[in-house]
Design a protein around this ligand. Structure first.
Ligand SMILES: [Zn+2]
Length: 166
């Protein structure tokens, strides 16, 4: 580690802060939207929905799964931050749906040079079935049911198109 590891990013941030015009903006979701999606770098959540700064709450993890932490975020979003529509958005060619748990663990072990079989990755077997289950989890949550509309979508990283499935 060196003291200069993040210099390029801090320099970019200095330029960003120079132009920053969102002073005093509140933290509600101005468009009433929350998105649960994958950490994949090909997904730009606000842009793909025509949204902008301040419009949406975004929760990301590998695979775009509705985890306990995602539910925490959604409950807070719905009750305290103005969310009334929730999109669950996995995507095509997702690494979490393209290998078995054992294969991912093997690849990470090879990269790490140590055994990584103890690290769970929660790979996804059937993306659409998982999406239906995840959406159902959100819809049936006692603190969310009836408070927000919930949809399950698939994002195509090669066309930019979002398709509703649930
Ligand atoms: Zn992914």
């Amino acid at each position: 580690m060196s003291d200069h590891d993040f210099d390029d990013l801090l320099a970019a941030n200095a330029a960003y802060a120079e132009q920053f015009e969102e002073r005093g903006f509140d933290g509600t979701a101005h468009a009433g939207v929350a998105i649960v999606t994958c950490m994949d770098s090909r997904i730009v959540p606000l842009a793909l929905l025509g949204l902008r700064h301040g419009d949406a709450k975004i929760f990301r993890n590998p695979g775009g799964r509705v985890t306990p932490q995602a539910l925490e975020a959604l409950v807070i979003g719905v009750h305290l931050l103005g969310v009334d529509r929730i999109l669950v958005v996995p995507h095509t060619r997702c690494a979490m749906a393209s290998a078995t748990e054992a294969e991912l663990q093997e690849r990470v072990s090879a990269s790490a040079g140590i055994d990584a079989r103890w690290q769970p990755f929660h790979v996804i077997d059937d993306q659409l079935a998982t999406l239906a289950e995840d959406v159902q989890q959100v819809r049936s949550h006692p603190l969310i049911a009836g408070k927000a509309k919930v949809g399950g979508f698939m994002y195509d990283v090669d066309t930019g198109r979002l398709t509703r499935h649930v």
